[in-house]
Design a protein around this ligand. Structure first.
Ligand SMILES: Nc1nc2c(ncn2[C@@H]2O[C@H](COP(=O)(O)OP(=O)(O)OP(=O)(O)O)[C@@H](O)[C@H]2O)c(=O)[nH]1
Length: 381
């Protein structure tokens, strides 16, 4: 196993923020915003996707104008979900070896992973000298929460509900996302639901415009024994600053400032998601023909209604000389847009091939391929 004999012992450990949240909650979008607003912070991002095509890593790489300041590393196939992942520890040790150039590490877990796996590995003998967990953030798709999409029901619903709750239980901070059209009663209702599901959550934060105040996201030090908690609050609705902590959270502030220091999540009680439920599947469909944006949007939405598909994403080819289009489906909500960052200015050619990753609970690949082919008039396989 790799070791780091030369690391200067006087350097403090690197803070690590783990970002969790169910499929499509907005983890990558929030991270892209943090990268943009990082100021002088040097960030390392480890991105874990459930699927064979790395899309989020590309989007994040496209965001940074200073590659030396922001390093992005992808882990495909939900790898970090497993505590014994052979790539994760070496990647972290390589960051530790460059301690002087890294101020903060952000780890985005896959939407189907429990963050407890990463949190456990951070506590391993090899990583403890070099890293300290800053906080675990769970990003929530607030409209879906209010629509009862995370309540138990049939098979897919029950699996979703379980995972959603387990992710919240691991979190110190819950970020209510996709809240731009919401009023205060709705936000309070969302808060009450979160509290009912996971009473251990210490803070609720509101991400207006999918933006999180960087001071509310990094440097929280929630797991450092004896450390003062550096948490700056912006009251709900304060003009000019739209990233805020939910209104009646002040009682929690007192809690957090009371010297709780490191706390345990009862990690050993968690079983990792993939071991529990092999029903979650992802597959990739490809097409070599140019796609019509409208038809494809309709086809992806229809497939998500016909099959238990909870997430679809990828880049598609819109025609010769056209920039690729980014497809983002969360259940039957499908957005297709040009994405400057993801379309990447790193010399990558416009892909002639379209690739879409679908994630669902026992979905039929054949049925989705057939629907896409029929509804777009192009071959998908
Ligand atoms: N309206 C709205 N859409 C948002 C917001 N945040 C994210 N989205 C959209 O939600 C979709 C999913 O966002 P991502 O950031 O890719 O979500 P994710 O959690 O990283 O998804 P996975 O890693 O695939 O599970 C994209 O279409 C985003 O543009 C928001 O605050 N408001």
């Amino acid at each position: 196993m790799a070791s780091l004999p030369d690391l200067p012992p006087q350097l403090p450990p690197i803070p690590v923020t783990v970002v969790t949240g169910f499929l499509g909650a907005g983890k990558t979008t929030l991270l892209r915003g943090l990268v943009r607003r990082r100021q002088s912070r040097r960030l390392a991002l480890l991105i874990n996707e459930f699927g064979e095509v790395a899309i989020d890593g590309d989007l994040l790489r496209g965001e940074s104008d200073a590659p030396a300041q922001v390093q992005v590393q992808d882990f495909a196939h939900g790898l970090i979900a497993y505590g014994d992942d052979a790539h994760f520890i070496p990647a972290m040790l390589a960051l530790a070896a460059r301690r002087a150039q890294v101020d903060h590490v952000l780890i985005e877990t896959s939407g189907l992973a429990l963050p407890s796996a990463v949190m456990e590995v951070l506590q391993s003998e090899q990583l403890v000298p070099h890293f300290v967990l800053d906080a675990t953030l769970a990003v929530v798709d607030t409209p879906l929460l209010l629509e009862h999409a995370f309540d138990a029901g049939g098979d897919a619903q029950a699996a979703t509900a379980l995972l959603f709750r387990q992710q919240l239980e691991c979190a110190d901070v819950v970020v209510l996302n996709k809240i731009d059209d919401m009023d205060e009663p709705q936000l309070l209702q969302a808060e009450a639901r979160v509290r009912a599901l996971a009473s251990n959550v210490r803070f609720l934060e509101l991400a207006y415009g999918a933006k999180l105040d960087i001071r509310l996201a990094l440097g929280l030090r929630l797991h450092q024994a004896g450390a003062a908690v550096h948490h700056h609050y912006t009251p709900l609705g304060m003009p000019g600053e739209r990233a805020a902590v939910a209104a009646d959270q002040r009682r929690f502030n007192g809690h957090a400032h009371s010297g709780l220091g490191a706390h345990s999540h009862g990690l050993s009680t968690h079983k990792h998601f993939h071991e529990q439920d092999p029903g979650w599947l992802s597959f990739t469909l490809r097409s070599d023909e140019a796609q019509s944006e409208e038809r494809l949007r309709g086809a992806v939405a229809a497939a998500a209604l016909a099959e238990p598909i909870l997430r679809a994403k990828g880049f598609v080819h819109a025609g010769p000389g056209m920039p690729p289009l980014l497809v983002q489906g969360v259940r039957a909500r499908v957005a297709i847009a040009h994405d400057e960052a993801g379309a990447n200015d790193d010399g990558k050619e416009t892909p002639a091939r379209s690739e879409l990753v679908f994630i669902g609970y026992h979905p039929s690949r054949a049925r989705v391929a057939q629907m896409l082919s029929e509804m777009t008039g192009t071959e998908w396989k």
